[in-house]
Write a protein that binds this ligand. Structure first.
Ligand SMILES: [Fe+2]
Ligand SMILES: [Fe+2]
Length: 337
């Protein structure tokens, strides 16, 4: 009797790109024996077409080919937002160190020397395919969180696109303070997810058309710790946890949940707090209309150094002056269509 399984086993798919038929045939035979689903392309142009048709799990890529060489293919794929996650193995002659280095510089994940050794091929492809699978799972986790963040917004028509704007403002403020690259991503993602914990707040409180009572306010304040709790078991988002937990702390220590003060509040949370406050001030809420720009500016300046980090407030003021905030808000709206 066979063991029942809910998961449909799928053969990993490998794309072999080489202009020499003998090389392709050899690789096809070895990889086929190893249980892979193999497709082939005989130059760079064909390779890109094949990837556009169906994304493979792995690409074995020759370098010197007519029409479009392997380095150019690698560069193109590695600058694509999703295709960059497909592992690429450059195929080189064993003594060709320069090509290897060019491949690595173009973003290749590994290289394989010709003539091919089936054992080496097996080990290297297995490692990369495993990585590919893990990456795909991390990606799926992120998407679930984003879906949750959107679900929070969908419940409350007043906060539509709030999360996306906060993420984008946080990124812009961060850039002014010198945070780029991965930090910039982190500010964006932390900004988008900052109010995720509102999923745990009942409609009667979240959507209440009047001011909240003290008790209701206390429940509302649990959303930052609730958001952290939801994400706690997800290792891929460990970096945003401080943003989610601490986005309502105040530099004077009167915020929540931990009454942290000044620099003790993680910088990501200090940045998101200002981005969040600005967007909340100028947006309509169930219990009040949005402030006009002058009033919001006055409130921001009044809270600089007590509620919010003065340096971060200065950053936002600068962006407001240069029209960056309005531009970003417009982009968010047009992206949402
Ligand atoms: Fe919040
Ligand atoms: Fe918020």
């Amino acid at each position: 009797m066979t063991t029942p399984s809910l998961v449909v086993a799928r053969k990993p798919s490998v794309l072999v790109v080489d202009d020499l038929a003998t090389n392709r045939e050899l690789l096809l035979a070895i990889l086929g024996d190893l249980g892979y689903d193999v497709r082939e392309a005989k130059d760079g142009v064909e390779a890109l077409e094949a990837v556009a048709e169906v994304e493979p799990d792995l690409i074995l890529l020759d370098v010197d080919m007519p029409r479009l060489n392997g380095i150019a293919v690698c560069e193109r794929l590695k600058s694509h937002p999703t295709r960059r996650l497909i592992p690429i193995v450059i195929l080189t002659a064993s003594n060709d160190k320069e090509t290897r280095l060019r491949g690595i510089a173009a973003g290749a994940d590994d290289y394989l020397s010709k003539p091919f050794d089936s054992n080496e091929l097996l080990i290297r492809t297995r490692v990369l395919l495993r990585e590919r699978e893990l990456n795909a799972r991390l990606d799926a986790t992120q998407n679930v969180l984003y879906a949750l963040a959107r679900a929070v917004e969908a419940r409350d028509r007043y906060t539509i696109h709030h999360a996306e704007r906060v993420g984008r403002y946080a990124q812009e403020i961060g850039a002014l303070l010198g945070f780029g690259g991965d930090d910039s991503e982190l500010l964006y993602e932390g900004g988008v997810l900052h109010d995720l914990g509102k999923i745990a707040i009942p409609d009667a409180i979240l959507l209440k058309p009047g001011r909240l009572t003290e008790d209701e306010m206390a429940i509302m304040r649990t959303h930052s710790a609730a958001g952290e709790r939801i994400c706690l078991s997800l290792r891929s988002v460990a970096f945003y946890l401080p943003i989610i937990r601490h986005h309502h702390e105040r530099v004077d220590g009167a915020g929540y949940p931990d009454h942290l003060q000044g620099q003790a509040i993680p910088i990501g949370a200090r940045i998101v707090a200002v981005a969040d406050a600005w967007d909340a001030m100028i947006s309509d809420r169930p219990y009040r209309a949005g402030l006009d720009r002058e009033a919001a500016l006055a409130q921001l300046c009044a809270g600089s150094g007590s509620q919010w980090d003065a340096r971060v407030v200065d950053g936002l003021l600068h962006l407001l002056q240069r029209g960056v905030v309005d531009r970003v808000a417009g982009e968010v709206l047009s992206k949402a269509g």
